[in-house]
Design a protein around this ligand. Structure first.
Ligand code: RIB
Ligand code: CA
Length: 319
């Protein structure tokens, strides 16, 4: 029997409904070893995101440790947004009743201690604002250079934003942190919003089926009911799970079909384009011949998106 080579991952999350789906997908994937879950405020407050993370982990039967991290963005000033996942971030459906208690160790210290202990082996899956990663870089850049890879659900990719027409939520909540992560120099893979498009959406019809499905299908359906309402308000009768799509690129080796090497430039100046990430494609000649930096990111541009909902529910149906 082939020995499965496991990904050693730290999941950094701001635990909303889609983060919960990503956490459960990771827990249920045999090729993943979750070294720990670090949490930052984003979709909801830090305390709520910690509770939500435990709820998802416990629903999936995981005893992974949870490390609380950043309460505010690097700059300290909060960018006002609201949770599309309901006040508790998990559909206000009464499913957040965790038993687990967070570790006393701060998320940043856990990340640095873990990377130092296993240099070149740890992949960080960033599903929220990347403030914890930026704080770790500020505290000990040399150690952070030993991170094997950062997989980020972040940016609008080559499409429109959601926090603003040009900025994606995770970047918008802390653009300076995102810029610091992009410029660190370790391999960064980006799953942008453009890859979270219609083929990956859970239709209302499927959502109703999940509500009558396995305990994990019911859990995720309840956690995303408010998201469905929000999307319906925007004329879309389906919900999206961008963090779970990002996690799919790691747990399903055949899922990604193409990535493009780019120089990613994150806009941190105040104004309408704050939080926008401009991707300059390697080898492409732009008319204005901009002076661009060295390529710092691989952007996912093709994946087996039409298989996502079916494969995710095959996993959720197990538990
Ligand atoms: O823009 C989508 C991202 O912002 C997802 O990670 C979602 O959970 C929110 O954090
Ligand atoms: Ca998230």
């Amino acid at each position: 029997m082939d020995i499965i080579k496991k990904h050693k991952i730290i999941i950094d999350t701001d635990t909303g409904g889609d983060d919960a789906a990503a956490l459960i997908l990771a827990v249920k994937s045999p090729n993943v070893d979750i070294l720990g879950v670090t949490v930052a405020a984003g979709n909801v407050s830090l305390d709520q995101a910690v509770k939500n993370a435990f709820s998802a982990l416990e629903a999936a039967g995981s005893s992974a440790k949870v490390y609380p991290g950043a309460v505010n963005p690097l700059s300290g000033e909060e960018r006002e947004t609201f949770s599309v996942y309901g006040n508790d971030g998990m559909g206000d459906a009464g499913i957040v009743n965790p038993k687990g208690k967070p570790q006393k160790e701060h998320a940043v210290d856990f990340i640095l201690r873990t990377v130092k202990a296993t240099p070149g082996e740890v992949e960080i899956v960033a599903l929220g604002p990347v403030t914890n990663i930026a704080l770790a870089i500020q505290k000990d850049r040399q150690t952070m250079l030993k991170v094997k890879r950062i997989l980020s659900m972040g940016t609008a990719g080559f499409g429109p934003g959601n926090a603003t027409p040009v900025a994606e939520f995770n970047v918008y909540k802390d653009a300076p942190a995102y810029k610091m992560m992009l410029e660190l120099g370790v391999p960064v893979t980006v799953l942008g919003l453009d890859m979270d498009d219609e083929p990956t959406w859970t239709s209302e019809r499927m959502w109703k089926k999940m509500l009558k499905g396995s305990p994990l299908q019911v859990f995720i359906a309840k956690a995303t009911g408010k998201l469905l309402e929000f999307k319906q308000g925007n004329g879309i009768n389906a919900l999206d799970l961008p963090d779970a799509v990002a996690m799919a690129t790691l747990v399903w080796p055949d899922f990604v079909q193409e990535t493009v090497r780019c120089y990613g430039s994150c806009i941190t100046e105040p104004g309408e384009t704050y939080g926008m990430v401009i991707f300059y494609k390697e080898g492409f000649t732009y008319d204005s011949m901009p002076k661009i930096g060295t390529c710092n990111v691989s952007v996912v541009t093709k994946a087996k998106k039409r298989e996502f909902v079916k494969r995710l529910n095959e996993v959720l149906a197990q538990g």
